[in-house]
Design a protein around this ligand. Structure first.
Ligand code: ADP
Ligand code: MG
Length: 487
């Protein structure tokens, strides 16, 4: 288990007019942290910031100033999270800041130059490079792309739909199972076997995201977009699967309703975004407070989806994007304050390992066969093939010796081989049957003799013999009466 607070970084967007320098300064306080000091210009000090302070200092893990390039941002922020995802831990990187401060540029990137690629394409490229290198495991990767607008989820990767409006995209809803795990119904998981396939999916999602947006419906500033890379890995022959999710989140603009200050439809929308980010803030405040048992994750779809990323099983990183223009000082301070609260949240990331029952059965069957073989070895080989001629002769010899042995205590030992034991029984049975044959042959003439007397010749012979016997009897009686025989 890895216990870690949410890591916070700041990125300052390059400003068009450099003369505004002096509004902020970046300092290296300690080795592992940087500080951002926002200096409120005198003419604004009594304005909407409305207190006497002239500067505000915020600590971050690292601050990426205006000239910081995309590769440096990726190396420091996204690469460690991608590495954890490859190892089986969940990860989340979310960008928070007002509209125009560089969230989309940081998460997805700019389209103009290849070097402007943001965290998503660089992470995909890095992950597939690593997968290529690691031949010790079998990896499967899927991606999903969810847009949440006005508390409704939309699947940006559905291949069946060519969206011209956001409402044309499949609606994604939240389902909670009895263990309170969140499942997203209707969100497609698209398999991506290589970097190109994954980038094509990102492109499809971004196209849907842009097409669905009209000037009247500036969805991108009012919606949250969550690009998720799902990685599963397994060592060959093992039934244990590691699954991890890496969420790359481009949140809605964090500007406040008061400043948006428009009526009608836009105000309703602005309220929604703020409602959603307001719920995010509530969750973060609740998490930062010690001994709070109830965390209001369920209040909004976004906090439900990112539940694990906030105070759960995830290694989470926040990038506070700042457009440190004089006009945006209040929003920048509010973004930094939000980040400071986020930094207090402790997460506990665990290795997401599970046993695949199908693979487990195959493995157990193998173990059973091995044990059977082992048992046969120990108990004397329970083999099923026929005994050889030589074995049979040897066996007959042993049985004969046993039977001829006059010692009543002698035993017949052929080992625990059922084939040999059966042969012994057969041998003895045959022997008994053979000794019975003469008895039967003694009996049979009588039986057959009865039948034979029924033939006319035999009857005749029998009659002759009886007559003869009768005649002899008479002769004996005469001899006896005449005194020739003395008994
Ligand atoms: P957000 O998504 O926060 O509303 P964007 O990422 O769309 O803001 O940025 C607004 C504009 O500023 C875009 O044209 C973008 O290309 C540009 N931009 C933002 N950050 C940078 C940066 N670090 N370097 C160069 N251009 C940037
Ligand atoms: Mg954007």
């Amino acid at each position: 288990m890895v216990k870690q607070t949410i890591q916070i970084y700041a990125r300052v967007k390059p400003l068009a007019r450099r003369q505004q320098a002096g509004i902020y300064s970046v300092g290296e306080d300690e080795k592992s942290a940087s500080s951002l000091e926002i200096i409120v210009p005198r003419d604004l000090a009594d304005g909407f910031v409305n207190n006497k302070r002239e500067s505000y200092k915020f600590k971050f893990q690292k601050i990426f100033d205006q000239e910081a390039k995309q590769d440096a941002v990726f190396e420091s922020i996204a690469k460690p999270v991608a590495e954890c995802a490859l190892a089986g831990y969940n990860g989340t990187i979310f960008a928070y800041g007002q509209t125009g401060s560089g969230k989309t540029f940081t998460i997805t990137g700019g389209a103009e130059r290849y070097s402007d690629r943001g965290i998503i394409p660089r992470t995909l490229s890095y992950i597939f490079q690593q997968l290529e290198k690691d031949r010790s495991k079998v990896y499967t990767t899927h991606v999903s792309y969810l847009e949440i607008y006005n508390e409704c989820g939309y699947d940006l990767l559905d291949p069946r739909h060519e969206a011209s409006r956001l409402e044309d995209l499949p609606k994604v809803t939240i389902m909670e199972d009895p263990d309170q795990n969140i499942h997203l119904k209707n969100l497609s998981l698209q398999q991506a076997s290589n970097e190109e396939e994954a980038l094509n999916l990102l492109f499809l999602g971004d196209t849907n995201r842009m097409i669905a947006e009209t000037p009247m419906n500036q969805a991108s500033t009012r919606s949250h977009c969550i690009f998720t890379i799902h990685i599963s890995s397994k060592e060959p022959g093992s039934a244990t699967i590691r699954r991890s999710k890496l969420h790359l989140v481009d949140l809605a603009g964090s500007e406040r309703v008061a400043k948006t200050g428009v009526g009608g439809q836009l105000l309703t929308e602005a309220k929604y975004i703020n409602l959603s980010l307001h719920y995010l803030e509530q969750v973060i405040i609740a998490l930062a407070e010690k001994h709070r048992s109830h965390i209001p994750y369920r209040n909004s779809m976004m906090t439900s989806v990112l539940r694990d990323s906030l105070g759960g099983n995830c290694m989470t990183t926040m990038i506070a994007t700042l457009s440190l223009d004089k006009r945006n000082i209040d929003e920048s301070i509010s973004t930094c304050r939000f980040a400071q609260r986020v930094a207090l949240i402790k997460n506990e990331a665990v290795l997401n390992e599970e046993i695949d029952p199908r693979l487990m059965i195959i493995q157990l069957k193998k173990v059973i066969q091995e044990l059977k073989d082992e048992l046969a070895m120990v108990t004397g080989e329970q083999r099923t093939e026929d005994l050889t001629q030589e074995e049979l002769l040897q066996l007959d010899e042993i049985i004969k010796t046993f039977l001829e042995d006059p010692d009543p205590e002698s035993t017949l030992d052929v080992g625990a081989d059922m084939r040999k034991i059966k042969h012994c029984f057969n041998y003895i049975k045959q022997l008994i049957n053979r000794t019975k044959i003469p008895e039967r042959s003694l009996l049979s003439p009588d039986i057959t003799g009865d039948e034979d007397t029924n033939t006319p010749e035999k009857k005749e012979e029998l009659k002759k013999l009886r007559d003869l016997l009768h005649q002899r009897d008479n002769e004996i009686s005469i001899l006896y009466e005449t005194g020739f025989i003395w008994i």
